[in-house]
Design a protein around this ligand. Structure first.
Ligand code: AP5
Length: 215
């Protein structure tokens, strides 16, 4: 059982790589972004509370996301967890360490997906997601099949996120550099940090992640 964190700015490719690991290794993807969007879509009180914060590109409070992760970790995962978009603050990182210890689990690697900001605008503004299965597409690098149906599940429900615009991306990047990038030093000091070049083609990034997991 392997538990990892995928760490990187918005558009680094965390979700894309997490989905591959779910398929290839039977791991469980825990994306706090997906959980928050599901809460929004379900119209829960919490979902309504966070909707504007997410659309602006700011982080929601630690207590909300730690609560979501606590519930999911308690469900267990035979193939291990991929933490995607969590932790994002030092408080969340401390909380994750405590939650894993309570469950008798360890963190095996924190994989930084290194990219430069210039690539992120194009990645974010070109992204769409399948409403049926969550498959991630991109207008240039991974366009929808010509028949308009998802290659994975056949749905034609193309979704674009409310925060996938240049204005929100600026805020999301600022939040990343102020609150999340200190985690690189935090995990480096613990000896957990590994880095892959996230600017490569998706298959090459996946191969580098696989090499980290096999090391
Ligand atoms: P979240 O949903 O986590 O978004 P994010 O971190 O901004 O990351 P993204 O999902 O935008 O990018 P990604 O790295 O997964 O890239 P992807 O694989 O899709 O969070 C959204 C919001 O929720 C936050 O702003 C915050 O408000 C809130 N939130 C969530 N978690 C929180 C937390 N822990 N604490 C507080 N608030 C929280 O790829 C992007 C595009 O690029 C796709 O189109 C893809 O096809 C393409 N692509 C991917 N890899 C490649 C490649 N190698 N080459 C070319 N194109 C590629």
């Amino acid at each position: 059982m392997t538990n990892i964190i995928l760490l990187g700015p918005p558009g680094a490719g965390k979700g894309t790589q997490a989905r591959q690991l779910v398929e290839s290794r039977g791991m469980v993807q825990l994306s706090t972004g997906d959980m928050l969007r599901e809460a929004q879509a379900a119209g829960s009180e919490m979902g309504k509370k966070v909707a504007e914060v997410i659309a602006r590109g700011e982080l929601v409070t630690d207590d909300i996301v730690i609560g979501l992760i606590r519930e999911k970790i308690a469900e267990g995962a035979e193939g291990g967890f991929i933490f995607d978009g969590f932790p994002r603050t030092l408080g969340q990182a401390d909380a994750l360490g405590e939650l894993l210890a309570e469950m008798g689990l360890t963190l095996d690697a924190v994989i930084e997906m290194a990219v430069d900001d210039g690539a992120l605008v194009a990645r974010i503004t070109g992204r769409s997601t399948c409403g049926g299965c969550g498959e991630v597409y991109h207008d240039q690098t991974k366009p929808w099949p010509a028949d308009g149906k998802c290659g994975n599940c056949g749905s034609s429900d193309v979704k674009r996120r409310a925060d996938d615009n240049e204005e929100s991306l600026k805020t999301r990047l600022m939040e990343y550099y102020k609150k999340t990038s200190p985690l690189l030093g935090y995990y480096y000091a613990k000896g957990d940090l590994r880095s892959v070049d996230g600017l490569q083609a998706m298959e090459a990034v996946a191969a580098d992640i696989a090499a980290v997991l096999e090391a």
